[in-house]
Design a protein around this ligand. Structure first.
Ligand code: NAI
Length: 252
């Protein structure tokens, strides 16, 4: 199966750890050049080093992707270093507390929406002119099981992930025929810092609410990365506007 990713310019956000890290490594293994974007400088630089040591090409841009200046730096760096942007992976994300909506503070709501939904909007808006000029591009965003149905994983988180699904479908409808595709994955529980650190994981899936009981096997980050790489690749050339669950049948 030809992925066509050799030499492509790929931006992966949240690439300093977890699913984003695995995705950056998977694109590099396909011969793509990877911009590793993350708030966490040490994590991002470690991933760049890992890619370079394996003979690949990567560059890090660190900062808060919910800020326009950091988004501009990401787009400008990819264009300067790699000559364009072929693939954008909107993956960086955070979770709020698992409080009921009545207890959600303004600050919590605004932060989660800003990082999980506004940052992908800003990034997508920044890369689209380059994709349109090239007449090609693929955008893949990391939604969630919480983007497919009601979830106890926080009100802002659930709303933001449904928002990612909407953004993806809007892009697919608006930019089809221009060589640009937009898709998303909806991971089920995956072994990364976002779940392992949280006290929710310490209490087991049942503590996450009724939807988490039949969660199935926790995924490896590499299993999410494989789906992202497929959706970005030429192998998925007629797939546009889908949200692909990667969840061991949890959402079935
Ligand atoms: P993670 O915590 O290992 O990785 C998230 C990365 O995003 C971190 O490196 C973090 O520094 C970065 N990040 C957070 N806020 C940022 C900001 N403002 N600017 C730049 N970078 C920022 O967690 P994981 O699991 O790899 O998360 C990746 C995506 O997968 C997230 O969007 C998450 O919501 C989604 N997801 C994860 C699931 C899981 O079970 N692990 C399930 C469903 C969705």
């Amino acid at each position: 199966m030809a992925t066509g990713l050799e030499g492509r310019s790929v931006v992966v956000t949240g690439a300093g750890s977890g699913i984003g890290r695995a995705t950056a490594l998977a694109f590099a293994a396909e011969g793509a050049r990877v911009l590793v974007a993350d708030l966490n400088t040490d994590g991002a630089q470690a991933v760049v080093k890992e890619i370079e040591e394996a003979g690949g090409t990567a560059v890090a841009v660190t900062g808060d992707l919910s800020e326009q200046s950091v988004v501009d730096e990401v787009a400008n760096t990819a264009v300067e270093r790699f000559g364009g942007i072929d693939v954008l992976v909107n993956n960086a994300g955070i979770m709020d507390r698992m409080s009921a909506l009545a207890d959600v503070t303004d600050a919590e709501w605004e932060r989660v929406i800003r990082v999980n939904l506004t940052a992908p909007f800003l990034l997508t808006r920044a890369v689209l002119p380059h994709m349109l000029a090239a007449g090609k591009g693929a955008i893949v965003s990391t939604a969630s099981e919480a983007g497919l149905r009601g979830s106890a994983a926080g009100a802002a988180y659930t709303a933001s992930k449904h928002g990612i699904v909407g953004l993806t479908k809007n892009l697919a409808v608006m930019y089809r025929g221009k060589g640009i595709r937009a898709n998303a994955i909806a991971p089920g529980g995956t072994k990364t810092a976002i779940v392992v650190d949280a006290d929710r994981a310490a209490h087991g899936p049942a503590a996450l609410g009724p939807h988490f009981v039949n969660v199935g096997r926790l995924a490896e980050a590499e299993e999410q990365a494989a789906a992202i790489v497929f959706l970005a690749s030429d192998a998925a050339s007629n797939i546009n506007g889908v949200v692909l669950p990667v969840d061991d049948g949890w959402s079935a």
